[in-house]
Design a protein around this ligand. Sequence first.
Ligand SMILES: C[S@@+](CC[C@H](N)C(=O)[O-])C[C@H]1O[C@@H](n2cnc3c(N)ncnc32)[C@H](O)[C@@H]1O
Length: 165
Amino acid sequence: MDMGTGSGIQAIAAARKREVHEVTAVDINPNAIEEAFKRSKLEGVSGKIEFKVSNLFDGLGCRKFDWIVFNPPYLPSEGTVDETSWVGGEYGCELLLRFLDEASKYLNPDGRILLVYSSLSGMDLAKIRKRYTVTLLEEKPLFFESLYCIMLTPINPSSDLTKIL
Ligand SMILES: C[S@@+](CC[C@H](N)C(=O)[O-])C[C@H]1O[C@@H](n2cnc3c(N)ncnc32)[C@H](O)[C@@H]1O
């Protein structure tokens, strides 16, 4: 599953892989879903991708996934409209915390999460480690922030991350 699919870039990359049979691409923004669908058609992989408009997992019922990929919005709000692509809440990390709280319920046994994590996300990795084993896969230092690709394996589904903010 590609959460917050946006342009569909992750979903399409996954669908291109021979070993991937089905991808679910989710976004809260219907325009993003429409564009991602068009792009997947151009790329010839629309048959492998199901597109859904949903606020995180709200519209997904009790489905489970082997992998969930998320490049979340993580910047603090400046109170302007149309911020859902990059703003993760008042402090920046609220959406990520909600996602991390819910995501483990939607994973198959041995399922994993691939997450883009930023030094600007307003929460440290210690909080994520209360709930998941964190494996750093890649790090990219930029001028004003560092970006990380991390893999998460659920270890403690009962702790409520939103309460430790
Ligand atoms: C940083 S962009 C990532 C886009 C794309 N996946 C990529 O990697 O380039 C974050 C995406 O999350 C979506 N998003 C924001 N809030 C969401 C929510 N509550 N539920 C689902 N998607 C959400 C935004 O619409 C946006 O497309």
